[in-house]
Design a protein around this ligand. Structure first.
Ligand SMILES: [Mn+2]
Length: 268
């Protein structure tokens, strides 16, 4: 049973619209350890128990081109130490270097991706590393061949072409039953863009897209994954857009349940 390392990646320079998600890691930690909250997961794992979760704080980033290597190395160091890794964004651009590290360690890695957006643009606003592009880079460069996207409701023609070329399994919020049937076995990485969840539950995001998943939809779908979780991230929380810390609480809840699933010691 691997210990889970928590890493914060405070970066938002690859965001295409609003900045703000760089402030999210500390904001999510405050909600996770809030004295009014309970540290037990729904499966009976106490995140405060020895050997479950160790917080390594935020990784120092410069908001420049070198950050991708810094992120990849920070994750690889934890994997080399035998830990799984739960990353707090930051915008979704962090998932590309994170997955590079995971894919080297787990050559048959599969990805389950919750989002309103497919993030499959070959290039966006002149950048190949925009937060609108990470899954195009992952499919091109990392050897990952199975990507299951859930909650997608903003598909464009350009991104549909990329999805078809790489055989991406794309499910809208109204196709949840089909999505659950397509969840992968083997080593699985889960990436949660909080805008995949309906803004009624998670308003604190830069790109609100109504008609999304409920928090419960996401939690139950994670429980349905037949494979074992080796890593996960929770990204795109924008504290500047949040309402009464609602989205921070959702991010903390997802973090708690993902960590519990990653340490694979389910009691219930
Ligand atoms: Mn998104």
């Amino acid at each position: 049973m691997p210990e889970v390392a928590m890493l914060g990646f405070p970066t938002d320079s690859n965001s295409s619209y609003l900045r703000g998600s760089a402030k999210a890691p500390g904001y999510i930690r405050a909600a996770l350890w809030n004295e009014g909250a309970n540290s037990f997961s729904e499966t009976g794992i106490d995140l405060k128990a020895d050997g479950i979760l160790r917080d390594f704080g935020d990784v120092d980033l410069a908001e420049d081109e070198m950050d991708r290597a810094t992120i990849e190395h920070a994750v690889a160091a934890q994997l080399d130490a035998g830990r799984s890794v739960l990353s707090l964004g930051g915008d979704h651009s962090i998932t590309y270097p994170i997955v590079k590290a995971f894919a080297r360690r787990f050559p048959d890695l599969r990805i389950v991706h919750f989002d309103a957006h497919p993030d499959l643009y070959p290039i966006f606003n002149g950048s190949r590393y925009s937060h609108a592009c990470p899954f195009a880079r992952i499919l091109e460069d990392t050897g990952v061949t199975q990507l299951v996207q859930i909650g997608i409701r903003t598909m464009t023609a350009v991104q549909r072409e990329v999805a078809q070329r790489f055989g991406v399994a794309v499910y809208a919020p109204w196709e949840l039953d089909h999505a659950r049937a397509a969840l992968p076995d083997g080593p699985v990485y889960v990436t949660v863009d909080l805008d995949g969840i309906d803004p009624a539950f998670a308003p604190g995001v830069s790109h609100r897209e109504p008609g999304g998943l409920s928090v419960r939809d996401v939690l139950e779908t994670i429980k349905c994954i037949p494979g074992y979780l080796v890593g996960a991230d929770v990204v795109e929380l924008n504290p500047d857009k949040d309402v009464d810390e609602l989205t921070a609480t959702v991010a903390a809840k997802l973090t708690k349940e993902l960590v519990a699933r990653m340490c694979r010691k389910a009691v219930l």
